[in-house]
Design a protein around this ligand. Structure first.
Ligand SMILES: *Cc1c(COP(=O)(O)O)cnc(C)c1O
Length: 451
C-alpha cells in the first residue's frame, strides 16, 4: 500500500506520491499533505547519529515512497543527490549554525530540487513520459531547479528570468548548463516572467504539451526538507534536550520541513520562523487574523519577499484549520497550540544589516542577509523565553558569495567565492533573449518542448 496525499482544500481526491508530484498543485488549488504522517521509532532517530546524510534521507523519505519507488532506487537517488557537506558550526555554547549552502547553487533549495528532480526522472522513466518544466525565477529557485534537472532524461527545462534583476553570479549558475536546460533572459520584471509562465499553463493551445512548474508548493519540494532537521539533531552530541530551530522564512517551505520532522517524532522545542518586512505570519500568530501583504515588499533578504506564503495553507491544515489558496480562512487553526510550538518576528532591513555586522564582529562568522534573519529572530525569541539547556540551530540558507554587494556594503569586503560556485563562474554563458510578448514566448515554447 502506498501513502495517500490529500488536498488542503478537501475537494480533490487523495492521490499517491507519483500523482501528487506530477500535478504540483491539487486540482482544487489546494496543496498536498500526507494523509497520515508516519512516526519514526525513537531507536530509528537515535540510529541517525552514526549514519551519513544520504542514509538518514533514505530512512526518512522511504516512509513516503513505499509502493511507488523501490527502496534500492530511492537509496541510489539519495546517494546521488546528497554528495556534498552539511557543516554544523558552533557559534557559541549550545548555539549552532547549520550551513545548507554547499550544494551546486549554494542555497538550501538544492536539497529539495535535487531529490525532486530524481523522483520526476524515475516516474517519467517508468511511464515513458516527457515533461517540460517551466520556471520563472528572481534568482535562487531557477538556478536550483535548472541544475537539479540538468541531464535528467525525459525532461526539458525552460527558465525565465528578468534580465536586469538577477545578479551576475545567479545568472551564471543557470546559463552555463547547456543540454536539456534553456534559459530565457526577459526584458522585463520578475512579475512579467511569472505572468507569461502562468498564461502558458492556462493556454488551451498548449494543452498537448505536458508542463510542470516544479515550484515550491510541490510536495516533492517539501518532503526532502525535513531531512536536515533530523540530521542536525543527530549531530548534537551529549544532549537529549529538544532542539530549537530558527529558519528564515519566505514561502514557509523550509520551516514546514521542521514542522514535518517534529510530527514524525523528532524532539523539537520550538520552531522560530522569522520573516523580513513581509510580516503576514507574525501578525497572524499575534492576532489570529490573517491578512496577506499585497503587493509584497522588497527587502535585502530578497528570496523571502513573499506577501502571501503558500505553505501557510499546509501549516494551517496541520493545526486543524483550513486556509484556501487566496489566504481566506474557512476554519481557524488551533492558535494556542501554534503559539506554543512556533515563534515569529519581522526583521527590518536596517536590523538585518546591523545584525550581519555585529554577528561578524562578535563571532567572526560571516552570514548573508537571509541567515542573519534567523539569528535576529532567535534573539527576539530569547527575549521572551528562557533558552535554558536547549540546543539551538540557526539555518543559514545561502552562501554569502551569492550576495556580494550587500555583504561588502556591511562588512567592508566581498565574501570569498566558494570552490563549488567558482566552476560555473568560469564557463561560457548561453541564453536567449525575449521581450515581454506572450505570442513570441509561446512559439519558443512549442519549439523547445521536451521530445
Ligand atoms: C527561498 C529562500 C528562503 C526562503 O525559504 P522558504 O522555504 O520560501 O521559506 C530563504 N533563504 C534563501 C537564501 C532562499 O533562497
Amino acid at each position: 500500500m502506498s501513502m495517500k496525499f490529500y488536498s488542503t482544500n478537501g475537494q480533490s481526491p487523495a492521490v499517491n506520491l507519483q500523482d501528487a508530484l506530477l500535478a504540483g498543485q491539487a486540482p482544487d488549488r489546494g496543496l498536498y499533505l500526507p494523509a497520515q504522517i508516519p512516526r519514526l521509532p525513537r531507536e530509528t532517530i537515535a540510529s541517525f547519529a552514526a549514519k551519513p546524510y544520504h542514509q538518514i534521507a533514505f530512512d526518512v523519505l522511504s516512509q513516503y515512497t513505499r509502493g511507488v519507488i523501490p527502496d534500492p532506487d530511492l537509496a541510489r537517488m539519495c546517494r546521488e543527490a546528497y554528495d556534498f557537506g552539511i557543516p554544523l558550526e558552533v557559534i557559541q555554547g549550545r548555539k549552532f549554525l547549520m550551513r545548507l549552502d554547499q550544494g551546486p547553487t549554494a542555497s538550501f533549495k538544492d536539497f529539495a530540487a535535487r531529490m525532486m528532480a530524481r523522483m520526476f526522472g524515475f516516474f517519467l522513466n517508468q511511464t515513458g513520459g516527457k515533461l517540460t518544466i517551466l520556471t520563472a525565477t528572481s534568482g535562487d529557485t531557477g538556478a536550483a531547479v535548472a541544475r537539479a534537472f540538468h541531464g535528467i532524461p525525459g525532461v526539458r527545462v525552460l527558465v525565465l528570468f528578468p534580465v536586469a534583476e538577477v545578479s551576475a553570479s545567479q545568472r551564471k549558475l543557470m546559463t552555463t548548463l547547456q543540454g536539456n536546460v534553456r534559459t530565457l533572459a526577459v526584458d522585463g520584471k520578475f512579475d512579467d516572467c511569472q505572468a507569461m509562465v502562468k498564461q502558458a499553463f492556462a493556454d488551451p493551445d498548449l494543452r498537448h504539451i505536458p508542463l510542470s512548474s516544479a515550484n515550491s508548493i510541490n510536495i516533492g519540494r517539501l518532503l526532502p526538507q525535513c531531512v536536515y532537521y533530523f540530521f542536525a539533531a543527530s549531530r548534537l552530541a551529549d544532549t537529549d534536550e529538544p532542539v530549537v530551530f530558527s529558519v528564515p522564512s519566505g514561502n514557509f517551505g523550509d520551516m514546514m520541513g521542521a514542522v514535518l520532522a517534529r510530527e514524525m517524532g523528532l524532539p523539537v522545542r520550538k520552531i522560530i520562523a522569522p520573516v523580513n518586512d513581509n510580516d503576514a505570519f507574525p501578525r497572524f500568530l499575534a492576532t489570529g487574523v490573517y491578512q496577506k501583504v499585497s503587493p509584497s515588499r522588497n527587502s535585502v533578504s530578497n528570496a523571502m519577499n513573499v506577501g502571501h506564503p503558500s505553505n501557510l495553507a499546509r501549516l494551517t491544515a496541520l493545526y486543524g484549520g483550513h486556509m484556501d489558496e487566496t489566504g481566506k480562512i474557512h476554519r481557524q487553526p488551533d492558535m494556542d497550540r501554534m503559539r506554543r510550538d512556533l515563534f515569529s518576528s519581522s526583521i527590518s532591513d536596517q536590523k538585518t544589516r546591523s545584525s550581519l555586522k555585529s554577528f561578524w564582529e562578535q563571532y567572526n562568522i560571516l552570514l548573508e542577509p537571509h541567515g542573519v534573519v534567523a539569528w535576529q529572530g532567535f534573539l527576539d525569541w530569547a527575549a521572551t523565553e528562557d533558552m535554558g539547556q536547549s540546543p539551538i540551530v540557526m539555518v543559514e540558507t545561502a552562501n554569502p558569495a551569492k550576495f556580494p554587494e550587500e555583504v561588502e556594503k556591511v562588512v567592508g569586503w566581498p565574501p570569498d567565492v566558494p570552490f563549488h560556485m567558482q566552476a560555473a563562474m568560469d564557463l561560457p554563458e548561453d541564453f536567449d533573449r525575449m521581450t515581454v510578448e506572450y505570442g513570441r514566448f509561446k512559439a519558443y515554447l512549442m519549439k523547445h518542448q521536451a521530445s
